[in-house]
Write a protein that binds this ligand. Structure first.
Ligand SMILES: [Zn+2]
Length: 180
């Protein structure tokens, strides 16, 4: 995956939500900056470029490191004896985690859709009653008031919305698979 492909992936809104949930709001800016730093940089550089405190940068880096999404190299300055950490991102691991998270979201919405469909409501054309499948079946799909046939209501906009989300997540997964 090239750097521009990586930037394309993390530029997508749904992906940014996932990254924010893992590393906080500034994690996206940090990753975008890190990808452009060829040899990796020290946290001070990132702090300056993003106008954040060093402690804020370290917090984000630690969160990302905990999930195995960034790596660091530790070098010791011979004169001062101080250690310097240069940071780099792990593109493959990030792509894999994003795919895993998207897959989890996808399954969550699929379950939601199933639940929604199993509570399909029925009504006559006069809208006398709105009842679930079991009740409509007891009435043999005839409205007890007007005797019109009871039909399933257009599985609600809700199901439509969930289907759209499922499609969107599918596109994101395909996009990562294509680029990584
Ligand atoms: Zn009716």
């Amino acid at each position: 995956m090239s750097n521009s492909e990586f930037t394309e992936i993390i530029g997508r809104p749904r992906i940014q939500e996932i990254i924010s949930a893992i590393g906080g709001r500034n994690a996206i800016d940090l990753l975008e900056l890190m990808i452009t730093e060829k040899k990796g940089a020290i946290d001070e550089v990132y702090a300056e470029k993003l106008s954040l405190k060093i402690t804020e940068i370290r917090t984000i880096l630690n969160r990302l490191h905990y999930r195995g999404l960034v790596e660091y190299q530790k070098t010791r300055d011979e004169k001062s004896g101080w250690y310097t950490y240069t940071w780099g991102i792990k593109k493959v691991e990030i792509a894999n985690l994003l795919k895993k998270k998207l897959q989890e979201e996808l399954e969550k919405y699929q379950e939601k859709l199933q639940a929604n469909e199993s509570y399909m409501m029925f009504s006559c054309s006069n809208d006398c009653h709105k009842v679930p499948f079991e009740i409509a079946a007891e009435y043999e799909f005839r409205c007890p008031d007007c005797t019109e046939e009871m039909k399933s209501l257009d599985e609600a906009e809700e199901a439509e919305k969930i289907r759209d989300i499922i499609d969107e997540i599918g596109v994101e997964i395909a996009n990562i698979n294509r680029l990584s």
